[in-house]
Design a protein around this ligand. Structure first.
Ligand code: 13P
Ligand code: ZN
Length: 269
């Protein structure tokens, strides 16, 4: 069977980048079993031939009405599929979906009928939110970083922007490359519409949000950028943890040093 990626190098590159990041997630130890999910908006790579492809599944509802997604196409990790498998065989562990005109259901069009991630309501809600506000972001990533999840088990860290400032203060890179900080979403049932709604509310102010005691969610221009932000935040968490395990409270960069970075990098916050 011919893959949708054949003779479409730009689209193949996007899926290749997803596979590369999936490998990193596994190597980082953030992707136990089927943990985590990735979706990317590939509508700009879709040609008339793809638009004409017959669905290979019946329509499936994703449970929310998302008007900005009409006619959009996404590559999605499959539910219950492993990141380490997605890394090697992306088209066997993920699929391309088309959003139908009712804006609340999809069909799979290629290559295989791999059912999309159970977090599809959150992912599609994020993409809908991004398109609605005119953003050029195309990627959404959810993963299970050990250090950052552990931090959400401490109630004191769940206060608004407590973790943002703590993580920013561990290394200048985090301040510069995760400039909006880290939003916090109180625990909600995985895959729920409630979690999707809470996530897009928090995206008003942040590009990266923690799902308390579950994982992290990041949106970005592309999947590499989304991954880089999570990686940077996790590095900060590691520095904090390392200092603590050496028996002291890390000093952190001072408010003056952070202000200096804000000016130098022209940061929003
Ligand atoms: P899926 O296998 O359905 O993508 O779920 C993994 C996950 O991390 C749920 O939050
Ligand atoms: Zn998860």
């Amino acid at each position: 069977m011919k893959s949708i990626l054949e003779n479409r190098p730009a689209l193949a590159k996007q899926v290749g980048d997803v596979a590369e990041v999936a490998g990193y997630l596994w190597q980082k130890g953030w992707a136990e079993r089927n943990g985590g999910n990735i979706t990317i908006n590939i509508t700009e790579y879709v040609d008339d031939e793809i638009r004409g492809l017959k669905p290979i599944t019946n329509p499936v509802s994703f449970g929310v009405y998302l008007p900005h997604l009409k006619g959009c196409y996404f590559f999605c990790k499959g539910t219950n599929k492993r990141m380490r498998d997605l890394a090697r065989w992306p088209m066997e562990n993920g699929a391309v979906i088309r959003i139908l005109d009712d804006c609340k259901s999809y069909v799979i069009i290629a290559d295989n009928p791999v059912c999309p991630t159970s977090e599809l309501p959150s992912h599609l809600s994020m993409h809908n939110f991004l398109i609605g506000k005119g953003s050029t972001y195309k990627a959404a990533l959810h993963t299970h970083p050990i250090d950052l999840i552990a931090m959400t088990h401490n109630r004191a860290f769940l206060e608004k922007d407590k973790l943002t400032y703590l993580l920013w203060s561990m290394i200048p890179e985090t301040r510069a490359f995760c400039p909006k900080g880290l939003g916090i979403i109180p625990y909600k049932m995985p895959s729920s519409i409630e979690l999707a709604d809470a996530t897009i509310k928090e995206l008003e102010d942040y590009d990266v949000v923690m799902w308390e005691k579950h994982g992290i969610c990041a949106v970005g221009e592309n999947i590499m950028e989304a991954f880089d932000m999570v990686d940077t935040l996790s590095k900060s968490a590691q520095i904090y943890l390392t200092a603590k395990s050496m028996g002291f409270e890390p000093e952190g960069t001072s408010p003056e040093q952070m202000e200096e970075l804000k000016i130098a990098f022209n940061l929003p916050k």
